[in-house]
Design a protein around this ligand. Sequence first.
Ligand SMILES: C[S@@+](CC[C@H](N)C(=O)[O-])C[C@H]1O[C@@H](n2cnc3c(N)ncnc32)[C@H](O)[C@@H]1O
Length: 203
Amino acid sequence: MKKNKISKNWIRNQKKDIFVRQSKVEGYRSRAVYKLIEIDKKFNILKNGISIVDLGSAPGSWSQYISKNFKNIKLVSIDLKEMDEIDNTYQIMGDFNNSEYQKKIKDYFKSKVDVVLSDMAENTTGNKNVDVISTSELCKEALIFSKDILKENGSFVCKIFMGSTFDEIMKESKEIFKQIKVFKPSSSKKGSKESFIICKFLR
Ligand SMILES: C[S@@+](CC[C@H](N)C(=O)[O-])C[C@H]1O[C@@H](n2cnc3c(N)ncnc32)[C@H](O)[C@@H]1O
């Protein structure tokens, strides 16, 4: 399909998408917020008074939701892209894979945190296997980081793409966490390989 045909289809689909419409009405920057809301409703991740890291945060709907709905939280967000300001959020623009930025996050908290969220994904290439692999590399980096920064009873939520790397991700998650669930929110597009792992309690 030609590029301008793809983008016309994309615009048409966005207009039809009820989650896009709902996010506009409710003032969220992205439909992605409804995935976090569904995950939280099912797995009870977010609470008042906790510390949270939001990896791959731009344009910012997850951080917006947390900042709006929870009191006395300590929230750090990081993305490669610049993000408009969000209340009560320490925002970092940078590559999470770079240890300098991981140190910046740890230095900010100075102690272990309650929750690490990762919605990180690279721009899709059109080659599904390449996309599966690049997203799973981001997930693995976030897993290692979580092991280091989370409290013993902390939670880790991470986007994955279902495919060739699934068994490897599950194996690595099980080495770090006691409880792992896989969940595809209904707001995650049906045709997409996207899903989430919800991991709790460090080993
Ligand atoms: C699906 S979007 C996240 C949407 C976000 N949860 C929201 O609610 O607005 C994925 C994001 O991951 C970011 N990302 C990908 N690789 C990254 C990396 N190495 N470091 C930081 N962010 C990264 C992308 O820039 C992109 O903004």
